[in-house]
Structure formats: C-alpha cells, structure tokens
Design a protein around this ligand. Structure first.
Ligand code: ATR
Length: 266
C-alpha cells in the first residue's frame, strides 16, 4: 500500500485527505492519506523520518513550505519561488514542486482564461502572493503587485522578472487597466471585507480569490455584480491537489471526483 500525507501545523482541518482519498477511490489506487502535525522545532527530522519510513509523497502546508524547499532537490520552476508544497520521494531522493503555482495556472486554463499577454494584478505580498506572481509571470502575464505594506510589494516585484510593486492606494488605477485581479491577502477570510473597492470592478476583469472560506467572498461578489468573470479559491485548492496527485502517481487525476469531494467538504 502507498502512503501519502500532508505535513503542516496545524493540519487538523485540512481538506487534502478527502481530496486525495476521492482520487484513490475513483481510480482504485491502494493508498492511504495521512495528516502529520509536525513539531516546528523538529521539521528536518520529520522530513527525513518520512523518507526513512517510505512515505511516497507529501503535501506541505504552513509553516513548512520554506523548510521543505531546503530539504528537497527543487524542480526547475520552484527554484525561483523558494517554497515547496509537494514532495515526491523518488528512488534518487526527494524532489520538490510548487503546485500552488502550477495548480493555479491550471485553474485559469480550466476557466478558459488566457494569462499570456494579460495584465495581472496580485494583491498581497506574502507566500500566496509569491506563488501567484511567479505563476502568472511564467504564464506570460505582465504582473503588478499591490500590497498594504508597499515596501513588501517592491521586494517581491524585485524577485519576479518584469513585475512592478505598488501600494494599495494604486489598486483602483491598476484594476482600471487590468485583465486579471487576484486576491492573495487574508482579507475576506471569514469576514465580509474586500481588499478591492467595490466600484473599481468592471466587466472586462477576471477575479480570482485565494480565500476559500467563505467560497463566495465579497471580493468575488463585487466582481460578479460588475459583470466580471470569477474563479473561487476552491479551484486553486483543487488543482494544487490534482497536480500533486499526477506527480506522485503518474496517472491522470480524476478531476471531477476530486472537485465533488472537495466542494462537499467546504
Ligand atoms: P500568506 O503567506 O498566506 O500569503 P502572509 O504572509 O501573512 O500570508 O500575508 C498576508 C497578506 O495579507 C500580506 O500581503 C498582508 O499585507 P501586509 O504585508 O501589509 O501585512 C495582507 N493583509 C493582511 N491583512 C490585511 C488588511 N487588513 N488589509 C490589507 N492587506 C492585508
């Protein structure tokens, strides 16, 4: 039997187990998906222990995505991001991927949104914003980063080729010219606040929200009311899992079954 899991702290409420178990069930894969709540002071030991125990693959969540980067051989596109959310334990050692990044791009593809040549605004400058900004850049978008603490937007923009950094006060002007706006802040998480002013939305925008609790955020509600296309945070969650599943098993993931399982748990 194969063993996969998610390592983080906390991980108790993770949606990864139902997501992957649905895929195993659908394809008849004989595997278990376990939650590992690791001690942050012993995270190196935890990764080495998982490898020694023969764990086949791990999803890595907060606060260990940077530690994971240090532990693995990072796959090409992950080197610049500096964060790993998926480990594949191979015969030649642990390989690290960032499916937050690649999965989000797949979520956009799934919604027929072209990022190549698009003007994309990422709101936020933390870990989620970093994955989105690198992902959008890799997909060929022109990236602008807007953050409450403007200096952090500039720091992130310095790392992402061609990106520009801005304060939140510039967000309405950026949105007026943009094709895609992504919320990568925690604003809207279990609240009805939005990081974007309601009157800045227009029908030519695509709105993506990394927040998935609630699924229908005010950010997306305002976007929809203005006629914009919306992509909710569950799609990012889904496709980061889909990408991880395909890396681990080499099989095409049963996307519909995984989506159904995920949404029934949200
Ligand atoms: P993660 O790693 O999940 O992205 P994080 O590193 O804590 O989380 O980043 C949170 C992001 O949300 C930051 O960009 C933060 O802005 P600051 O850099 O100014 O702190 C943003 N954020 C959190 N609360 C906010 C608020 N009330 N208004 C605007 N931005 C907010």
């Amino acid at each position: 039997m194969d063993v996969y899991g998610i390592i983080g702290n906390p991980v108790e409420h993770s949606l990864s187990p139902p997501l992957h178990e649905a895929a195993f069930r659908e394809l008849g894969v004989n595997a278990k998906f376990v939650t590992f709540e690791a001690d942050p002071d012993r995270i190196g030991e935890a990764f080495r222990g998982a490898e020694a125990l023969g764990v086949d693959g791990l999803t890595v969540t907060l606060p260990f995505k940077h530690d994971a980067f240090e532990f693995v051989e990072p796959e090409e596109s992950v080197r610049r991001v500096g964060a790993v959310n998926t480990i594949d334990f191979t015969d030649s050692g642990p390989v690290g991927y960032n499916t937050d990044m690649t999965g989000t791009l797949r979520a956009f593809e799934h919604h027929d949104v072209t990022l190549e040549g698009a003007d994309a605004v990422v709101v936020g400058a933390g870990g989620a914003a970093r994955a989105l900004a690198f992902g959008f850049e890799e997909a060929g978008a022109d990236v602008a980063i807007a953050n409450r603490t403007e200096s952090k937007a500039h720091d992130l923009a310095d790392d992402v080729p061609g990106a520009t950094g801005h304060g939140l006060d510039e967000l309405p002007d950026l949105m007026a010219e943009a094709d895609v706006v992504a919320n990568a802040t925690s604003v809207g998480l279990e609240s009805d606040e939005s990081v974007a002013p309601a009157d800045a939305w227009h029908a030519d925008l695509v709105a993506f929200d990394a927040v998935y609790k609630p699924l229908e955020t005010t950010f997306l509600g305002d976007a929809k009311a203005a006629g914009a296309q919306t992509i909710d945070g569950a799609w990012m969650l889904l496709f980061q899992g889909v990408d991880a599943f395909e890396i681990w098993t080499g099989e095409e993931a049963p996307v519909d079954a995984m989506n159904e399982a995920l949404r029934s748990h949200l």
